[in-house]
Design a binder for this molecule. Structure first.
Ligand SMILES: Nc1ncnc2c1ncn2[C@@H]1O[C@H](COP(=O)(O)OP(=O)(O)O)[C@@H](O)[C@H]1O
Ligand SMILES: [Mg+2]
Length: 277
């Protein structure tokens, strides 16, 4: 592997992108990853979702069969273990695939018509990997962007221990705001030292932004406008980066990514108890 490009203080962005289904997590994750890669960062994208989506947004092939299946074997006790010669980190290196601009993408594996059993080995491998990434020297200095499935279940069940920063993506619907409030509590519970930053997605105007920020009692880190170019790109199955490079949503996410990257060079702002709500 190439030498990583660490930030000035040697730290790197470790992000989990969370929120209700359909709010724009995958679009945002893919665009952040590409922006970081263009800025010279080594980037590992973790596709936590067993539903397709990220591969299209990023422009990578989705394997028919979960690649990580090959990393595991099942013992007589029916427990999954890494095959001989592999451990969680070497499996992440071997079974991640090349994305655009040098990004590496590790997929939990997509559900197939063969049913959930067909991804069990891969799911077990992925779970072990995410739990070993934070301090792995092989990924020291790498930015990690985790694209989570809908809701708080995965963060609440230990799938994001690598994340020191949660990007809470929220659109102006009740369900999205309620889900966000729940996920924020989970993030505070599981990792009180992590940052949680609010991104308002699909914003139709400033009223949306104020409503969400007021409801959650959080400052707004970034706003991504509602943008037909994103849905048009989705319809033709092409990453918005290629389909609509001049789109307003892309510009907004790029600027969020640049700020996230820039902040790695500065100490994180202290969070007070009141701030955690
Ligand atoms: N800023 C936006 N403006 C308009 N449509 C968007 C925007 N962001 C995402 N979408 C659309 O919303 C749908 C869900 O987006 P996606 O990124 O897959 O969300 P999630 O990963 O949270 O489920 C997709 O059809 C996508 O094209
Ligand atoms: Mg998604």
């Amino acid at each position: 592997m190439q030498a990583p490009t660490p930030g000035a203080n040697g730290s790197a962005l470790r992000l989990a992108v969370v929120g209700k289904g359909g709010v724009g997590k995958t679009t945002i994750s893919a665009t952040i990853a590409r922006t970081l890669a263009r800025r010279g960062r080594r980037v590992l994208v973790l596709d936590h979702d067993s539903m397709p989506g990220l591969s299209t947004s990023l422009g990578v092939q989705s394997a028919d069969e979960p690649l990580l299946n090959a990393a595991m074997q099942q013992g007589e006790d029916r427990r999954y273990r890494f095959v001989e010669g592999l451990d969680p980190i070497s499996a992440a290196q071997r079974f991640s695939i090349d994305g655009p601009e040098g990004i590496r993408v590790l997929q939990v594996g997509k559900s197939t018509i063969a049913g959930p059993d067909a991804v069990q080995a891969s799911v077990n491998a992925f779970y072990e990997i995410v739990r070993h990434l934070e301090h792995a020297p092989q990924f020291s200095g790498w930015a990690i962007v985790g694209d989570l499935p809908a809701g708080g279940r995965q963060p609440g069940c230990g799938w994001t221990p690598y994340a020191t920063h949660f990007l809470l993506v929220v659109e102006a619907t009740w369900q999205s705001m309620l889900t966000a409030r729940r996920i924020r509590r989970i993030a505070d519970d599981i990792r009180p030292d992590a940052r949680v930053s609010l991104v308002v997605s699909k914003a139709a105007g400033s009223a949306d932004v104020e409503r969400i920020s007021g409801f959650l009692g959080m400052p707004v880190f970034g706003v991504v406008p509602l943008d037909d170019d994103v849905s048009s790109a989705e319809r033709v199955g092409v990453p918005v980066f290629e389909q609509a490079p001049g789109s307003a949503a892309l510009a907004a996410i790029t600027s969020i990514a640049e700020r996230l990257d820039g902040e790695q060079h500065e100490p994180a702002p202290a969070r007070s108890c009141a701030d955690r709500g």
